[in-house]
Design a protein around this ligand. Structure first.
Ligand code: ADP
Length: 346
């Protein structure tokens, strides 16, 4: 049997709304000489309209009007001795509640519409990125074959032109991959493949894979890695992506000096830091850089402005935290804390 998972919420909201109306009514009858202010009845009517639907909301509004009528006629008859005025009064109160129901209904429809539009946008970006990925990889590999001389000899000048083409294709492949990642995260479709990860081994292997990039730029590398930092439960590939993103940024934005990588851990969590001697990030931009497409100190460097938002999303999916400690002209330090077992973390 198909059970609607929202059913208990709908019923609970309806019963709560009804209970509040009865409560106000009893209070009116026993303590006060005046019917409760209309604003009080807006609470149960809104609650029920939002969670249980329009018909249920109208029912609660009618109950509220009945409560007023019975109170008005029984207890404060002198206030409403003129039945015309009494009728107008009740109509005005009733209309107010129906306006509240109408506005809430419109608001709910608008929100649902916006959610659907966002979902479609994410699906579109995900599909287009996916479709672009394969032909781009084919273009890059074909050009590499020509550069290698596998399909005939190429001279130095032709090689240089083709290499520029490969760099362009690689740039596009990175952009497409970032767009795919961000659209999956936004659509809540990024599933973590959880594994037991030896975090010190993983950090060391990412550093090894990227060492040449650091040294080719003439930068130094300082490592302070606690070798028995232990295990964490995490998606290995995603954590590699995070460390690689931060390392690439450190190299990309630093023209001289050293990159320092630190790893430490305690019983509950591990702490990872990557610091550079680059231009730093002015304080007013330090939150912005985690937003999509925000590029602050990057006019002359290639990039998409998607690396840090993806990094932050991955860390948050693991219930961790990332922050930056930097000042203009003084280098940047990105600091990550990850719980050892994100399923148990709050
Ligand atoms: P991208 O590097 O592709 O522009 P990111 O999302 O990785 O995008 O970074 C966003 C912005 O944050 C960068 O454009 C840059 O302005 C700034 N930034 C990131 N890392 C550093 C760093 N290590 N040093 C200085 N600025 C940085």
């Amino acid at each position: 049997m198909h059970v609607n998972s929202k059913m208990p919420l709908k019923v609970a909201a309806f019963l709560a709304g009804l209970f509040i109306v009865v409560l106000f009514h009893v209070m009116d009858r026993s303590v006060s000489r005046h019917p409760a202010l209309i604003i009080f009845y807006v609470i149960p009517v809104s609650l029920v309209t939002w969670f249980s639907g329009t018909i249920a909301g109208v029912f609660i509004a009618l109950c509220s009007i009945m409560a007023w009528i019975s109170h008005g006629t029984l207890e404060v008859r002198n206030l409403y001795s003129n039945s015309f005025l009494f009728g107008i009064n009740m109509t005005a109160r009733g209309s107010f509640l129906f306006v509240v129901i109408y506005v809430l209904r419109k608001l709910k429809i608008a929100l649902a519409h916006e959610k659907e539009l966002n979902q479609r946008k994410s699906d579109f970006v995900a599909n287009v990125s996916h479709e672009l990925n394969n032909p781009l990889a084919v273009i890059r590999e074909s050009m590499n074959l020509v550069i290698d001389g596998s399909v005939g000899e190429v001279n130095k000048q032709q090689k240089e032109v083709l290499e520029a083409g490969v760099r362009g294709a690689e740039r596009l492949i990175r952009l497409v991959k970032d767009l795919l990642d961000i659209s999956k995260i936004e659509a809540g479709k990024l599933e973590l493949k959880i594994d037991e990860v030896d975090i010190a081994l993983l950090v060391e292997s990412v550093l090894k894979d990227n060492e040449s990039e650091i040294f080719n730029k003439g930068l130094g590398l300082k490592k302070d890695i606690l070798q028995d930092a232990g295990l964490i439960l995490a998606d290995r590939d995603k954590i590699i992506e995070v460390i690689t993103n931060l390392l690439h940024n450190a190299v990309k934005y630093t023209s001289s000096g050293i990159i320092t990588v630190r790893l430490s851990g305690d019983k509950e969590s591990i702490h990872f830091e990557i610091a550079d001697t680059g231009p730093g990030i002015p304080r007013e931009y330090q939150q912005k850089i985690f937003d999509k497409f925000e590029r602050v100190t990057a006019e002359k460097t290639e990039g998409t402005g998607l690396g840090l938002p993806i990094t932050k999303d991955i860390i948050e999916l693991h219930k961790g935290k990332i922050r930056v400690d930097s000042a203009a002209g003084n280098g940047s330090k990105f600091i990550i804390t990850l719980p050892r077992d994100f399923k148990k973390a709050k």
